[in-house]
Design a protein. Structure first.
Lengths: 388, 151, 211
């Protein structure tokens, strides 16, 4: 519901935007290139394109005051680039997307952040990681992912799910296909399901010393790697993850315009929600400005906004800090906030502080993946194949 | 007091930006430090456990791992022992290995692998030896896991 | 000799708990009961478990188990129990009911008695019957002796040894004021139910093939 006194999100002036963008540009130029200018033309093109892409989006984020729209472009691009890069890498390393027994026995399986919740209890009790991966070195090592997770948790809390997760861009992207949702009513109790999944996988992983979410549920195996179907059990597991991918990552996001995988399944997201309690950034509602139009409740991709939120002046702990409610609030009542400060205080400063941290995170984290994705596409155009 | 809280909040928010820098700039250093400080390893259920013995066969060597019965706390009643064969000058067409895994001086089982076809035959001597769990060709060698029951 | 059962239970109890917590913790969280009431539920669970253990102590003495295994009837029995149990868990988790138990008619009776007994007892019975790995060890030891009373007492002592490790679980009742945890517990119980449905179907198929 839009009113005559719609208040668009406030961006920064041109001068300040340029200064901030130049700062970001210097940082990203160093971090994207690792201080070296690539000799290969494809690598050089990829670096320049990624650099321009990142800094253009940052400029628009700061200047227009709109967060979610530009964040989502970056986020979805990251997810698509990961699929291109990862699958190409699998074909180069193994000749297929399927995970062979040999790779498992040699502990060469790439580790992703979704495994982390299942490893914690066994790690505490046995000092071992229940995953056939490489601790240090290799592709997607366990230690590097843990460092990333700890850094993201300290800096962003569950904001990682909107500014870091290389899978989230998929259901985020699909949720924007239609202009209006086909399925409008969703029982809010479904937001507890990821916590139930988290409880289940943590208990079963500890009991069986096996990453049960990876083995049985993870829908993103459909676009990364999966076990070759050599038994009935693996066939059932394959049916489950493919169904979850099609249902929760593609179909339901399109129909509901929500991030259904992230909101209703992901146990890592559930765990990250708990870290929102200790993160410095949050989203707050200025109750004096709020007219209870409930637009934020309609648009929140994870159902983190509710009538209770409007009363309390804050979303649920499942808030991913994507900025969609902020962009859609007709009264400008919702904003990023720094804990300890006044809710009705300097919202623009809070936003800048959050965006700088969040954008730095996503741009650095995604840079080599987006660059590799571009290189693969250029290889495809020039040689007819994405793989070396 | 509100002013102090506000200043601390801003400092904490600024620290978040520094944390992002540190995460990426120090990723490999922090990773190594994390592993060293925590002493974590890959679970023996996946890594096969430590190698306790190496047998030199001339053109290849056999690596015998320790029996793995690891559980969350204590040990499980069923486990396995992993055997790796690494070529020094190539794997032979047939690998034959006799193993005494419990150190009592008596052979517990023997394994015969046809490296061309992958056919693996287990000859059980000790009744605690169950069956072949895996027998897989690697990029550079062969690995087999034999299921065991606890004494 | 009979203390061996106790020591075997003590040395393997943690594994028993690890295998049982995916059912117990979601159920207790979902019920939202106090610590004392959770101890009651735990004792129902352990009662079911003891019944399972003693039933198989009797079987271990009575019939040669390798015959049973070849026949595959163990698989059919366990698989069928898994499937029934999974249905109870899923109805309990996903359907709104005021009855303390998911099955309405039994829940009506349970409501009269005011003791929600079915799920903990079934879960206990299943864990006792389903040959959890430490239990297999005990089975081998007990079956090696000829006397029924030895077999029964051995399993009873093994049961005592493993049960000690279940004592901390009812303390999840301290979290009962968090309403969200009740919903989460119920949903987790539903997911466990789905797992038992899968396990039951697979076990029945293996049992049918074994006949």
């Amino acid at each position: 519901m839009r009113t005559d006194t719609h208040q668009a999100p406030q961006g920064e002036g041109k001068g300040r935007t340029i200064i901030l963008t130049v700062m970001m540009a210097v940082i990203t130029a160093i971090m994207f290139s690792h201080g070296k200018i690539p000799q290969d033309p494809k690598e050089a093109i990829a670096l320049i394109v990624t650099f321009l892409f990142a800094n253009t989006l940052f400029f628009l984020l700061i200047y227009t005051g709109k967060t979610d729209r530009y964040r989502a472009v970056y986020f979805s691009t990251f997810a698509v680039a990961l699929i291109i890069s990862f699958i190409s890498h699998m074909f180069e390393a193994r000749g297929s997307m399927s995970l062979s027994e040999a790779k498992v026995l040699q502990c060469e399986v790439p580790f992703c952040h979704l495994v982390i919740p299942m490893t914690l209890v066994p790690m505490a009790l046995t000092k071992t990681i229940i995953f056939p991966g490489s601790l240090i070195g290799g592709y997607a090592s366990i230690a590097s992912m843990f460092v990333l997770w700890i850094g993201a948790t300290l800096a962003l809390g569950r904001g990682f799910c909107s500014w870091g997760c290389f899978y989230g861009g998929l259901d985020d992207g699909f949720s924007r296909v239609l202009k209006r949702p086909v399925i409008k009513k969703i029982n809010p109790k479904w937001i507890y399901l990821p916590f139930a999944v988290l409880l289940f996988v943590v208990l079963t992983a500890a009991a069986y010393l096996s990453p049960t979410y990876c083995t049985w549920f993870c829908p993103f195996k459909a676009v990364t790697e999966f076990e070759a179907v050599t038994s009935t059990k693996i066939l059932i597991q394959t049916i489950i993850f493919v169904s979850l991918f099609i249902g929760l990552v593609i179909v339901l996001p399109i129909l509901t315009k929500r991030r259904t995988q992230c909101a209703f399944l992901c146990p890592f997201g559930a765990m990250q929600s708990l870290t929102n309690k200790i993160n410095v950034f949050d989203v707050r509602i200025d109750k004096e400005k709020c007219v209870k139009c409930k637009r934020c409740i309609q648009v929140c991709p994870t159902l983190s906004m509710s009538e209770e939120s409007l009363e309390q002046g804050r979303p649920r702990i499942t808030c991913m800090k994507c900025g969609k409610c902020i962009d859609n609030c007709p009264k400008g009542a919702i904003s990023y906030h720094v804990k300890g400060t006044d809710v009705a205080g300097n919202n623009r400063a809070y936003r800048l502080l959050f965006l700088f941290a969040a954008f730095l995170f996503i741009s650095i984290f995604s840079s080599h993946i987006i660059q590799d994705g571009i290189i693969r596409v250029l290889k495809l155009i020039t040689t007819g194949s994405m793989i070396s | 007091m509100p002013k102090i809280r506000s200043i601390l909040g801003y400092m904490w928010a600024g620290a978040a930006i520094i944390v992002v820098f540190a995460t990426f700039l120090g990723s490999s250093i922090f990773g190594r430090a994390l592993v060293a400080a925590s002493g974590v390893k890959i679970s023996p259920l996946y890594s096969g456990g430590e190698v306790v013995r190496s047998v030199d066969h001339g053109s290849y060597k056999a690596l015998i791992h320790r029996p793995v019965f690891d559980a969350l706390i204590g040990e499980r009643s069923e486990g396995f022992i992993q055997l790796n064969w690494e070529p020094l000058a190539g794997l032979p067409p047939v690998i034959e290995e006799s193993v005494d895994y419990n150190g009592d001086g008596k052979e517990d089982f023997s394994v015969r692998i046809d490296t061309k076809t992958g056919k693996t035959t287990l000859t059980r001597i000790n009744p605690q030896v169950a069956s072949i769990e895996e027998s897989v060709k690697l990029d550079d060698g062969w690995v087999a896991r034999v299921q065991l029951k606890k004494d | 000799m009979l203390m061996q059962g106790l020591f075997l239970g003590l040395s393997n109890g943690v594994t028993c708990v690890a295998y049982c917590t995916p059912v117990l913790i979601p159920y207790m969280l979902g019920e939202g009961k106090s610590v004392a009431q959770n101890f009651l539920a735990l004792s129902q669970f352990l009662l079911g478990r003891l019944a399972g253990y003693l039933a198989f102590a009797f079987v271990a003495w009575l019939i040669n188990l390798s015959v049973l295994e070849r026949l595959g009837s163990k698989g059919l029995l366990i698989g069928a129990l898994y499937i029934i149990f999974s249905c109870f868990l899923m109805v309990y988790a996903f359907f709104k009911t005021d009855a303390p138990c998911a099955a309405r008619s039994i829940g009506y009776i349970a409501g009269k008695i005011k003791v929600p007994f079915l799920i903990p007892i079934l879960a206990g019975l299943l864990s006792g019957l389903a040959f959890c790995p430490p239990f297999l060890l005990a089975m081998t030891d007990a079956a090696s002796e000829g006397s029924l009373s030895y077999s029964l007492f051995f399993f009873f002592m093994f049961f005592i040894g493993t049960s000690i490790f279940f004592i901390p679980i009812p303390f999840v009742g301290m979290l009962r004021r968090l309403t969200a945890l009740r919903i989460i517990g119920k949903m987790a119980a539903g997911i466990v139910g789905l797992y038992y449905l899968y396990a039951g179907i697979i076990t029945v198929i293996a049992g049918v093939k074994g006949i």
